[in-house]
Design a protein around this ligand. Sequence first.
Ligand code: ATP
Ligand code: IP8
Length: 263
Amino acid sequence: MIIVKIGGSVFSDKKGDPENFDVETVRRIAKEIAGFYPAEDFIIVHGGGSFGHPEAKRYGIREGLPEGWENAHRKRIGFTLTHQAMLRANAKFIEAFVAENLPAFSVSTSSIFITENGDVAYGDVEVIQRLVDLRFIPVLFGDVSIDLAKGIEILSGDQIITYLAKMLEPKKVIFLMDVDGIYDGKPGEGKLIQNLRLDEIDGLFERLSCIASGTDVTGGICNKLREAKKIACFSEVWFVNGKVPGRLSGAIRGDGFGTVLRE
Ligand code: ATP
Ligand code: IP8
């Protein structure tokens, strides 16, 4: 089993118009996956990109559910609208995969996961495992979540993958990004790290100014690396450029260009 995270930066321009979707890139990613399916099982998780993030920010979903009817009511509406935006992104993914003759099946993240401060506290992976057993390709997504501590939260696609990797032990997790892999500085300034060992990650946190060993890192590449550090205990982790044709196939085969993180 291979889990592929399609980052928001790959399928949309996060700084562009709301709900922009790069259908050509997603069709090409689906085509690359079709080259390995059904010999290989896949689970897809996609990020929020220009769909979930603007709504989540507008309504301050990460602040949780406040006291007082009026404020809480506005947040409930925002919670619903953020989820609907993600459902629209997800529908576009399913359409693109089905157009490449892949049995992609939408699994609504917020219906099977409950978080505690953004990390998965409960997850029902039975449906996902059975879909895979039946040769479907489950497609999950970063989403809103019911949260045990804050009432409501955002569950990032990267956090979902950590939980799935722990429960399902895939042989590989592949993060598709809009850069060639993990750099030891800002992309464009730093050097691409092609081979990364688990015991080198804490040093990288410091170099990238993420807060030391990981508990307080926020967003972006730091959050991705924090999750990757956990995933690497269960599976090989690849970071490759999803915008460049062939890079995903290379990571699936194991001879790709990008960053590979091993224990
Ligand atoms: P999302 O989490 O919304 O789905 P994503 O998976 O595409 O998005 P981001 O959180 O946007 O990923 O993180 C990837 C971005 O991190 C890249 O676009 C890159 O520009 C930026 N970045 C910053 N520092 C680094 C670094 N040292 N190595 C690699 N990428 C970096
Ligand atoms: O882009 C965020 O998921 P991510 C999902 O994987 C929402 O972090 C709803 C903003």
